[in-house]
Write a protein that binds this ligand. Structure first.
Ligand code: C2O
Ligand code: CU
Ligand code: CU
Length: 875
């Protein structure tokens, strides 16, 4: 854009000294087309179009071009004009030979912003300020005569036929026109360009000053002899023009004195941004840039963060394989206590990329691998030690924070963090509640009991409204839970078990991460990183590898394949092993989802290069091919023999959750809504984070239906629970009513295991089933597209204690009930004297939550050996 404008300036001001006389080439400062409408037809124009027309097209109506040039900046007013030539580029015609004439226009007219589409022959609806067949300035001023007011006798005529050529007009009448405009600039309304109007299909289409090809724009060359001396003038963008001292001042140029010449140019060589092969940007002259092998971006351009596209060679860095984190006390993989600082650090993400500033858990991004064993608790002290370049604790975020969003609207750009163990079944206080954030200099200690099936889970930041920014900076890591049974299955292990954390990023030439300052409904990088390296390679032996694949991207989904087309096996889903290995040739993973894969490299000759490829469009599911980054990483097969044991036919039984056991069914509509601050937001049931409407009872099973009424897929994630996908069903919406259009289809075999994130495709209802056990309290559920989660496709459910008998005591005035409310809502207490018979008597609705061990005072207490009490949530 900037480039185009600069060329325009060059073109309008290219001046050559001819002894006492000068020649100036001036670009048009206005042009347009008058479209003759059918009676009652629309009032069309083409102010901002790339073309103007003269003649009749096949609809039988005339078009006339208008063209004007500003002379005063380029020709001293006391000059004598000695020659004038207009040159136009003809870009489209029916090949008829027609005279095209120029007529001096006698009234002012406008060039608005109307912009016709396609070939532009029909024009576009005029906008205020446009010239039309009837209007000088639409919609206020009319021509005295429709079709324009101009001198009937042509000033010049040229015969025009083939397209793809330049045509020129030159005459003494044109010299007289230009001299008159110079003497009296107020009468300079330019020329009307008239083609053949007696038959159809005579129209000639010429390029306007808006043409994308600068060399094809209209040019008026004027020869003149000036009484005022002229001299070389260096204009800011670097070129030299020969003008008077006054005109040079008007052009903000530096005047070099009367009669100085532009040949050779006295102007310092113009400086501009130069994109170097490395992707760096430097300021240089065009010549210097060329010598550096760079691409000059134009005179006067400046290096800005996104100017030079960073082109990185794929597969030049080895895949980093994170080693298990070592605990402070205890043993790695067992009961252990870890300390993990969050640190701002510089990391090399690609051979040709300068160091990138990232936020890491520990010493590298993505974070360390934490190994755990079922029922062996792990404690982690997460320390926010984010410091700026001077070593001071950060007080603001590294990335721009959009304060439209919930969270930053209160906390601004503070570098708040909170760590969530995604897929972990943990108490609310350990789960990483998005509002329990902490600042640099603070820490939190979380307990992870590992009372759940073994699986590929992960941890990442979850701070309200800035999760996408914190994870983009690098705050994510892997957590693997194992058990003795799994260890006995003979799956590839040790060097043959490799985590693959797949993310997308966008880099600036200086290596820094690029992320938009303002929230957008998606973010897609242009580069894939695996375990923190751009398009890495992994050298593999001839055998089976177990890959723990995590899609840790913000918005990008992946449809993964091997370039050989070979079958691989999925052995586990988000949170555990499948019942049996599932052969696949392609695997789709949305953000937040994981897959436990086994790939066998035994069949390949040593030296074979295989690629892990991706074909998922953005946004997903999208249009095939659109927004795809086709490569993920490369495998190079070596000669050595690896893990060749065959895969077990059976892995681990997945106990089914049955719909018949569900006590509650809930529906969740997923869609986009408008937002006054950001333009749009994503919502669940049109509600927000603070609207809590789901209170599953601890230990009960529920079916949740996600009804996707948007055009993109959403990976829906519930904290606390492990879920199973029941089925998916297509629907249409008619008069705001959901009408299903097909049967409920159970998930494919590779999704029929423990999930915590389930894909909901557009126009589909996905039903998931889960038991809300483990802990009472509040947990988030959300779309795992981080841009959606941040605004505001994240809500919370609250697991409540069942409204059941919780204490039985003999009579007394103070009845001690062993009850620990986990919510700050009010509870009721009821009593009954016989558990089997009679009604419950409610005696208070006002027991406050958030206290331990409530003492309920029973006003009606009597000596009664069998009095029963129950407590529940007040309505
Ligand atoms: Cu991985 Cu609530 O998220
Ligand atoms: Cu989670
Ligand atoms: Cu979403």
């Amino acid at each position: 854009m900037k480039f185009k404008t600069l060329l325009g300036i060059c073109l309008t001001a290219l001046i050559v000294v001819q002894a006492a006389a000068s020649t100036v080439q001036i670009g048009a400062n206005r042009d347009n087309t008058l479209y003759q409408p059918a009676s009652g037809g629309t009032t069309n124009s083409n102010g901002a179009g790339e073309h103007f027309f003269a003649g009749r097209t096949d609809d039988g109506y005339a078009r006339r071009g208008l063209l004007a040039f500003n002379l005063t900046n380029f020709i001293p007013s006391d000059s004598t004009v000695t020659g004038v030539t207009l040159t136009l580029y003809l870009s489209r015609t029916k090949d008829t030979t027609e005279p095209v004439t120029l007529h001096r226009v006698l009234a002012g007219w406008g060039e608005g912003s109307s912009n016709a589409t396609q070939e532009e022959g029909k024009g576009a609806q005029a906008v205020p300020g446009d010239a039309t067949w009837y209007h000088r300035f639409y919609p206020t001023s009319l021509w005295a005569t429709a079709g324009g007011v101009f001198v009937a006798n042509a000033s010049a005529s040229a015969t025009v036929n083939r397209d793809g050529a330049f045509y020129s007009w030159s005459s003494s009448a044109m010299v007289a026109d230009v001299q008159a405009w110079l003497n009296n600039p107020g009468t300079n309304f330019g020329w009307l360009v008239k083609g053949g109007e007696s038959v159809n299909k005579t129209a000639k289409r010429f390029d306007t000053r808006e043409s994308t090809a600068p060399s094809q724009r209209p040019v008026l060359a004027v020869n003149f002899i000036s009484a005022t001396p002229v001299g070389a003038c260096c204009v800011p963008e670097g070129s030299c023009v020969t003008v008077t001292s006054n005109q040079c001042t008007q052009l903000s140029g530096v005047y070099h004195g009367d009669n100085t010449s532009c040949t050779p140019s006295p102007c310092p060589p113009p400086i501009g941004a130069c994109c170097l092969p490395s992707g760096d940007c430097t300021n240089a002259t065009a010549l210097q840039c060329n010598a550096l092998g760079g691409t000059f971006q134009g005179n006067g351009t400046v290096c800005t963060s996104n100017l030079c596209p960073v082109i990185l060679t794929p597969f030049v860095d080895a895949l980093p394989v994170p080693a298990p984190l070592q605990p402070v006390t205890g043993s790695a993989g067992g009961v252990a206590y870890y300390e993990v600082p969050m640190q701002q650090m510089q990391q090399k993400l690609h051979r040709d990329l300068p160091l990138t500033t990232v936020w890491a858990y520990g010493t590298a991004f993505p974070g360390p691998l934490i190994e755990a064993t079922v029922e062996q608790p792990v404690t982690v002290k997460w320390i926010n030690n984010l410091r700026d370049g001077n070593g001071n604790l950060r007080t603001n975020h590294y990335l721009a924070v959009d304060t439209c969003l919930h969270g930053p609207d209160h906390h601004g750009d503070k570098p708040l963090t909170v760590v969530h163990l995604h897929g972990g079944k943990v108490a609310p206080k350990d789960d990483g509640y998005p509002e329990e954030t902490f600042l640099p200099g603070q820490s939190r200690t979380n307990q992870y009991g590992n009372v759940q099936p073994p699986g590929t889970i992960w941890f990442h930041d979850h701070a309200l409204g800035i999760t996408r920014l914190n994870v983009y900076m690098g705050l994510a890591g892997l957590y693997l839970i194992r058990d003795a049974f799994e260890n006995s299955l003979g799956l590839p292990a040790g060097a043959n078990e490799v985590p693959l954390v797949i993310q997308d990023r966008k880099f600036r030439a200086d290596g820094s991460l690029s992320y938009p300052a303002q929230w957008d409904e998606h973010f897609f990088g242009d580069t894939v990183i695996v375990n923190g390296k751009v398009w890495p390679y992994l050298i593999v032996n001839k055998g089976k590898y177990r890959f723990r694949v995590v899609n840790g991207s913000s918005s990008r989904s992946y449809a993964l394949r091997l370039s050989s087309g070979a079958t691989f096996h999925q052995i586990g889903t988000d949170a555990g092993l499948l019942e049996a290995p599932v052969p696949l040739s392609q695997l789709t993973l949305m953000p937040g989802e994981r897959a436990d894969l086994v790939v066998d490299f035994a069949p390949y000759a040593s030296g074979t290069q295989l690629f892990l490829t991706n074909s998922a469009p953005t946004p997903f599911p999208g249009t095939p091919g659109v927004g795809v980054i086709p490569n993920v990483m490369k495998f190079i097969v070596t000669n050595s023999v690896g893990h060749t044991t065959s895969l077990p036919a059976a892995l681990r039984p997945v106990p089914r959750l049955y719909e018949s056991n569900a006590v509650t069914h809930r529906d969740f509509t997923l869609r986009k809504a408008s937002d006054p601050c950001t333009g749009a937001q994503w919502l669940i049931n049109d509600l927000h984070w603070d609207d809590i409407t789901e209170f599953p009872v601890l230990g009960t099973t529920e079916v949740w239906s996600f009804i996707n009424r948007s055009g993109v897929s959403h990976p829906m994630h519930l904290h606390l629970v492990l879920m199973q996908i029941l089925d998916r069903q297509p629907f249409v919406v008619s008069n705001d009513v959901i009408i299903t259009t097909g049967p409920r289809v159970p998930p494919p075999a590779n999704e029929a295991g423990w999930k915590d994130t389930a894909r909901a495709d557009p126009g589909e209802i996905v039903r998931v089933i889960a038991r809300f056990d483990g802990f009472p309290g509040r947990y988030p559920y959300h779309c795992h597209i981080l841009e959606h989660e941040d605004h505001e496709m994240m809500r919370q459910f609250e697991v409540v204690l069942p409204p059941l008998l919780t204490g039985v005591r003999r009579a007394g005035t103070n009845v001690q009930i062993d009850f620990r409310p986990t919510t700050n809502r009010l509870h009721f207490a009821q009593r009954r004297d016989d558990l089997a018979n009679g009604a419950w008597t409610n005696f208070t609705n006002n027991i406050l939550g958030n206290v331990t061990n409530v003492t309920v005072t029973d006003p009606g207490a009597v000596a009664q050996p069998k009095r029963f009490y129950r407590i529940g949530l007040s309505p």
